[in-house]
Design a protein around this ligand. Sequence first.
Ligand code: AQP
Length: 335
Amino acid sequence: MSGIRPTGFLHLGNYFGALRNWARMQHEYECFFCVVDWHSLTTHPDTAELKNSVYRVLAENIACGLDPEKATLYVQSDVPQDAELYLYLNMLAYKGELEKTVTFKDKARQHPDNVNAGLLTYPVLQTSDIVIHRAELVPVGKDQEQHLEMARNFVQRFNHRYGHGQTILPEPHAFSYDAGGLVKILSLDGNGKMSKSENQMNTLYLADEDDAIRKKLMKAKTDQGPEAPNSTPPDYIENLFGMMDIVSAPDVAAKFRADYAQSSSGNTVIRYGDLKKQLAEDMVRFIAPIRETANGLLANKDELKRIMKMGGEKARASGQDTIERVRKAVGVNYY
Ligand code: AQP
């Protein structure tokens, strides 16, 4: 189980941190993937753009390879059982630990006039999103690691208090097929992670036109090159190599890495201009078909509605099964 907030256009970080793994997992597991519209209200209270964003996220999910006939694709607010489970879990989450959450502190800093209770309890609703389907694997990017740790704590507390020796809710774990573990794609200026609403000129969106992709990549942060051979690249250079590993041919990516390894001050073998040009062309080839497929899907809202409705029904059935177990365990089943 995993989700994406409908707070804007999806970007390369969403793809490499989440969607790429989702598309592969759907062939190996029973999967639930969700557009988490309630979560977006914590930081985006104005809902004028919400509907469009929900359709867009769904369309981009499918364009990235998700098959609605295979995985359950749905919208969070179509599963009221999620909100009920959130309520029970909130009684087991403490103010002190919630206030220490890195994402809460970041968002509170960014939106000082709207530090609401939903923002504070974001990790609790996220836990509920996951365990409402009793999901164990959660394909997410590195920024979500702490939330998953918190989710395990809340679930352990629930089982301890209400399980009477049984595991009512399984403990969820962050998941990635990537050999290096959870992925973090940096913003192209090297400042923080790529994200939907920050740093738009330094974020590659899956909806970007070819020229925008080229322009943004040509401006990506680089430096003078390494001082000594076989240096470890700084994170903003590794970010470019990492993208190249995924969108470029293996020999091309290997060549630029080798050029970097051979470079030293006075002998700069690596040509960042060439690297960026190559990466830009490979990225255009990668993003263009996703963009075109998503635009095609967005032109057929009825089909997107059918997909959402079908996913909502499946997700509600799964949620109902869990919430009945939860009510019984908590002792709020009177009939
Ligand atoms: N830069 C990233 N690198 C790797 N994975 C990432 N994810 C997000 N950014 C990166 C992963 O994408 C999934 C959905 O996360 P999200 O909906 O929270 O996306 P966001 O881009 O971080 O956007 P926000 O939080 O709505 O908006 P802003 O821009 O305000 O921060 C997750 O699995 C996440 O790990």
